[in-house]
Write a new protein. Sequence first.
Length: 296
Amino acid sequence: MGNKPTVPDVAWVSPDEAARRVREVELKSLLVEFTSHGRQSPQARSAGSSPLLTRNRSCQFGGLLGNVGSMMFWIGSSVGLLVAYLLGSTPTGYLAGKLVRGIDIREHGSKSTGATNVLRTLGKWPALFVLVADVMKGVAAIVFAQSWYPWLLTRYSVVWPKEFEIPSLVPWLVCLSGLAVLLGHGRSIWLQFTGGKSAATGLGVLLAISLPVGIGTAAVWGVVLAISRIVSFSSILAALTAIVLVFCFEHPMPYRLLVVAGGLYVIVRHRANIQRLLAGAEPRLGQNSSGSKLSQ
């Protein structure tokens, strides 16, 4: 008798398990693309037509399962926005006033909790700490959003809106997180919804979503400040510069809208400064809010 052909010993897995493994392999490489300043490689762009990335169009989740999946999407998205808002709400200037001199900085100078008022009230080193901390709040919010939302949308139990695919949905959610961190800085829940002007936190958002735009904006702010010695004027021109620069580079439309909305928000937060600038009464560096020189 001839030898019978041998059948290789292959471990059996269920169809559901096989589909899960394939899905994890494909999505693992895509996650990197969604966290890189919103830019997508040709592979990520072509993945938009993948059945795995359009499962809301190719698969119908009926009844209770579909409702639970949608609810998980909205809950997860809300968590991301809440984290961004709370990061922005961290009252660094207020805490500096309490720790350095035991004062409420909102009762001194311009009444703002931003780095400029900290400089006039507490000195340069506390102001430098507050400036760096406020910038990092913006960076942290965007970095978190760029990691959180891709992870959320690749959970099998989450059903996102059928009008979107992952590559196009993530930038919109990151955009909302950017606005949330700016709102948190200017309207902190810990300070009865008062706060700073959001310029430094906005710079952090810019650096996280587009390094060239962030560096260009910071350069304009520094040059104008060196010439004029007026922080508010420098911040307003920097916000306008960011709006222009974001259209000079390739970015997803949500990121461009974020910069436009954020820039306008920063300018609106400076409306009292604009009135003083027009009246010629805005203090320069080295002067307090009444225009007299500091004695520090």
